[in-house]
Design a protein around this ligand. Structure first.
Ligand code: 2HG
Ligand code: ZN
Length: 477
C-alpha cells in the first residue's frame, strides 16, 4: 500500500462519519477553484464538527508534515483555497463550524464561527435589530472564515471599511494545533501588538480562523437607492464628492457601471434597464442608508440630484420606488460578472487607485489596451466610492469561443496585465484591491510590494509556521 492510501485509511479510521472524505467524487468540488483556473489533488477533505476536532486534525497534519489548505465557500478569485497537484494536501473545510455563538445587541457585537455564510451572519444581526454591513455578491455561499482570511471588501466599504475594520476579536488554530483565543468584544484594548490583524488577509497561511467577534451597527430604517447617468468616470468621482458634502456618511454604496457592462447584463441576462431607451455612457448605483432620525432623506436626495441634472454633472436619474425595484437595481450591478462570463473569455484586474487618479488611469489604460489588443472591450466597473475598479477585458465584439481571435486575446494576457499593473503602481495604486493574492498573484506581490514589507511578511510566516504547512505556496513563498 502506498503512503497516500495508507494515510487516507488512517484519516478515515480516525474521523469517519463524513468528517473525512477521501473518494475522488467527494474531493472534486474542493480541488478546483471557483474560476476554474487551478486544479489540484487533495489527500482528503476534513470537515471538523468542533474546534477541538479542528485542533486534533491540525496536530495530525503537523505530525505527518502535511500541508493544510483551509476552505470556505470556494468563491475566491485567486485560487487561495485550491490544493496543489501533489496529492498530499489536506483540505480543511470549515463548513460544519457554523454556529452563531452569541449576539450582544447592547454592546453591538456578535460572535460567529468561521463556517457561517455571510448571509447568515447578516440575518443573525438583524434578528436583534442590528446590522452587519459587509455585502458581497456571493454572500449566500461565501463563509465568514474566507471573508476574514481574504479581508473581503464589497459594496459598503466606502462607509464601513473592509473586513479587517469590522473585527473586534478572533479565535485561531495555529499550525501546531494551539488555540489563540482573542474573542473579546472590547472596543478599547491597547495591549501590545494587534495579533488578530496578522491573520486577517493572510489567506490561511498563518493559521486557521475558527471564529470571530464582529462589530455591529445601527440597522438602517430604509434605503434610498438611485441609478444615476453620468458622462464618464471623472464625472462619477465629482458626483461622489458633491454628494458627500450634502449627505456625508449616509452614503453606503457608490458603484460605477460603464455602458459596456450594462449592455452585457441586458443582452445575456435580459435584465430590464431603467435607462433602456437611451442608456447613458456610464452610471452610478448610489445607495444611502437612512437612519431613524432623518425621514426626509429620500426627498432631499431627489432634490439634490435634480439640481445636479440642471448643473450638467448628472445626465439622468432613476430612483428605486420599492424594495423590489431596489433589488432589481442591485441585480443589474451584482450580475455583471455573470454576464461577462456568459459573453466568453475575459481578462480580469482587481485594482485600486487614489480616487483622484481614476480618470487619468482610465484614459491612459484605454490607450494601452487598444494598442495591445485592438478592439478589446473594456468592462471597468466596480466600487468607485473606495477607489476599486474591476478593470476587466473581453475580446472584440463577435469573437466566438475557441476562435483564433479568442486565442490571440488570451495570449496577450500577461503582457496586458503587466502594463496595467505597472500603470496602477505608477499612479500610487494597488494590483490587488479586494480579491487577495492566493496563488494567482504571488509573483505580483514580489514585484510590487514594498521590499521591507515583503521581508516582514516572510519573517512572520516563518515565525508562526516554521514547518511551512499552512496553505503553503499561497501569498508569500
Ligand atoms: C464584484 O465586485 C466582484 O462584482 C467580482 O468583486 C469582480 O468578477 C469580477 O471581476
Ligand atoms: Zn468587487
Amino acid at each position: 500500500m502506498n503512503n497516500q492510501s495508507e494515510l487516507r485509511q488512517r484519516l478515515t479510521s480516525q474521523w469517519g462519519d463524513g468528517a473525512c472524505l477521501t473518494e475522488a467524487i467527494d474531493r472534486a468540488p474542493f480541488e478546483t477553484d471557483f474560476r476554474k483556473l487551478f486544479h489540484g489533488e487533495a489527500l482528503a477533505i476534513l470537515q471538523p464538527n468542533s474546534v477541538t476536532e479542528l485542533q486534533s486534525m491540525v496536530r495530525f497534519a503537523s505530525d505527518h508534515r502535511l500541508v493544510m489548505v483551509p476552505a470556505g465557500g470556494n468563491t475566491s478569485y485567486c485560487g487561495g483555497a485550491a490544493p496543489d497537484k501533489s496529492g498530499n494536501n489536506l483540505i480543511i473545510s470549515l463548513k460544519r463550524l457554523n454556529k452563531i455563538r452569541s449576539k450582544d445587541p447592547l454592546g453591538y457585537t456578535l460572535t460567529a464561527e468561521a463556517g457561517c455564510t455571510l448571509a447568515s451572519v447578516q440575518e443573525a444581526a438583524e434578528s436583534v435589530e442590528r446590522y452587519f454591513p459587509l455585502a458581497l455578491g456571493s454572500q449566500g455561499s461565501c463563509q465568514l472564515g474566507g471573508n476574514l482570511s481574504t479581508n473581503a471588501g464589497g459594496t459598503s466599504v466606502l462607509r464601513y471599511g473592509m473586513m479587517r475594520d469590522l473585527v473586534l476579536g478572533l479565535e485561531v488554530v495555529l499550525p501546531d494545533g494551539r488555540l489563540l483565543n482573542q474573542l473579546n468584544g472590547l472596543r478599547k484594548d491597547n495591549t501590545g501588538f494587534d495579533v488578530k490583524q496578522w491573520f486577517i488577509g493572510a489567506e490561511g497561511t498563518l493559521g486557521i480562523i475558527s471564529a470571530a467577534t464582529l462589530k455591529l451597527f445601527t440597522k438602517p430604517t430604509q434605503y434610498s437607492t438611485a441609478m444615476i447617468g453620468v458622462a464618464h468616470i471623472g464625472a462619477a468621482v465629482d458626483l461622489l464628492s458633491r454628494l458627500r458634502e450634502y449627505f456625508g456618511d449616509v452614503i453606503e454604496s457608490f458603484e460605477f457601471l460603464p455602458e459596456s457592462a450594462t449592455e452585457l447584463a441586458r443582452q445575456h441576462l435580459k435584465l430590464r434597464d431603467p435607462f433602456e431607451t437611451s442608456p447613458p455612457p456610464a452610471r452610478v448605483l448610489l445607495e444611502c442608508a437612512q437612519p431613524r432620525a432623518w425621514p426626509e432623506l429620500p426627498e432631499r436626495l431627489a432634490h439634490v440630484l435634480m439640481k445636479l441634472i440642471e448643473s450638467g454633472l448628472v445626465l439622468d436619474v432613476a430612483m428605486a420606488n420599492s424594495d423590489r425595484e431596489r433589488d432589481h437595481f442591485w441585480s443589474i450591478r451584482e450580475r455583471i460578472p455573470e454576464a461577462q462570463t456568459l459573453e466568453g473569455a475575459s481578462i480580469k484586474h482587481d485594482i485600486s487607485l487614489p480616487i483622484g487618479q481614476l480618470a487619468t488611469f482610465v484614459s491612459e489604460a484605454a490607450r494601452v489596451v487598444q494598442a495591445t489588443i485592438p478592439g478589446a472591450r473594456i468592462i471597468n466597473y466596480g466600487h468607485v466610492g473606495d477607489g476599486n475598479l474591476h478593470y476587466n477585458l473581453s475580446p472584440p465584439c463577435g469573437t466566438t469561443k475557441g476562435s483564433d481571435t479568442e486565442r490571440q486575446f488570451l495570449a496577450n494576457q500577461s503582457a496586458i496585465t503587466r502594463t496595467i499593473h505597472d500603470l496602477v503602481a505608477s499612479l500610487g495604486g494597488s494590483f490587488s484591491a479586494e480579491h487577495g493574492i492566493g496563488q494567482l498573484k504571488v509573483k505580483e506581490l514580489e514585484r510590487y510590494e514594498d521590499p521591507v514589507a515583503l521581508e516582514l511578511m516572510k519573517k512572520l510566516k516563518v515565525a508562526i509556521d516554521p514547518l511551512n504547512l499552512m496553505n503553503s505556496g499561497k501569498v508569500v513563498k
